[in-house]
Design a protein around this ligand. Sequence first.
Ligand code: FAD
Length: 438
Amino acid sequence: STVPIKPKICIVGAGPAGFYTAQHLVKKLEKPEIDIYERLPVPFGLVRFGVAPDHPDVKNVIHTFTKTAQNPNVRFLGNINLGSNVTLEQLKNAYHVVLLTYGAEQSKTLNIPGENINNVIEARKIVGWYNGIPWDTDLNIDLSGEKVAIFGQGNVAIDVARILLTPIDELKKTDITQHALDAISTSKIKTISLIGRRGPLQAAFTIKELREMLKLRNCNTIWQPQDFIGVSEHLPTLVRPRKRLTELMLKSLKEQNDSACNKEFKPIFHRSPLKILGKSKVEEVVLGVNELKGDDILNQKSSLTDIRESIKCDLVVSSIGYKSVQADKDIPFDSHRGIVNHFNNKVDKGVYVSGWLGTGPTGVILTTMGNAFAVADLILQDMKEENLLNNNKGGFEEIIKLLNKQNVQVVSWQDWEKIDQFEQSEGKKNWETEGEDS
Ligand code: FAD
């Protein structure tokens, strides 16, 4: 009798897309070998380094991912970079299936004059800094001015605004990095403007994030009444999540007052950043006033008018979205959109994509999970229909030889658990010393 061929699958990227696909595949296949290659020595992608430290509930998915990683048929292989330590070609030779889920880790650029002046910073870097991503730890963010302008109105923009405006005693209760906490405790920021190209009906943030802003202690949300002209007329036609979000904005606009708060959060609609001005550092930004065009209200596009205005600011944060990179020359890549080229998540025979690398940088973890499960089903179907398991493959035994030649130190799941235990005990120590001080 013939011995059945063991399915060997490699996943590149240990974020939600990678873990959810692994979870689904390991449930459906009999004794597969699933290897998750991750560039960092630590797992979980943006759950660890993106999701804000004051959202501990969101981070709970880590427990599910940990169960998957502890399954004997799944192997976490940290500190391995697709593109420098291993190539797509090598992975294709060693595995029946290669799944790319290495996310979107670069920022889109503004491409406007002044983008490189001091105190213009990408939201992505601030997020890395408060979450402890190794290469953003030493970021010296100047929080000594009173006014901040954030370009972009997505949830990442709101996360950054919220973290910078939250009272320090509340931030202390989160697992924000100590260096960020120290810096924010001396911050002089009073006003954060959140600038978006389109109107309230197209706002990119979601209701949960807006609610958190409205509840923020010692901070007023100030809307510009002119941004809301005509908005309430559309309410009856809106679908539920959009309707509730719009209603909340209108309610907050109606209730807005100048109650004594030290800090202000100012959403500004219908404006595009055109120029950043300043000598040694940012002093002001020039905005173009937009009008909206198109019949489909929710998908109206912004169009620049001749009207300009400028606002003074001391720090500019650009939060206009993430994009992916072509990690390996053999990956078909759309550099304009910043995603891997694919048809229904299939890149090539036996090669697939899932998560932000394929969809672009939109969608919460739940959306990414839906995409990952669908890709896992497609892989299972193709294994049969395209006969992907037609010969034995070398798997990790083959790849480790290549890694050993380069002296790459692979971080196993057990190694990562040791790092985690160490970090947690250090965190606890800091916390205890703080307690003694106060
Ligand atoms: P990622 O999470 O980015 O995972 C990709 C992994 O691939 C990373 O671990 C990375 O290190 C690794 N990698 C990269 N390059 C390589 C390489 N060359 N070789 C090997 N490995 C590589 N969603 C929510 O539901 N709630 C929230 O509160 C929330 N907050 C967010 C806050 C921010 C700032 C951001 C950016 C996103 C947030 N999201 C939130 C969205 C959520 O993080 C994404 O939906 C999800 O992380 C996408 O998963 P992914 O696996 O596609 O990518």
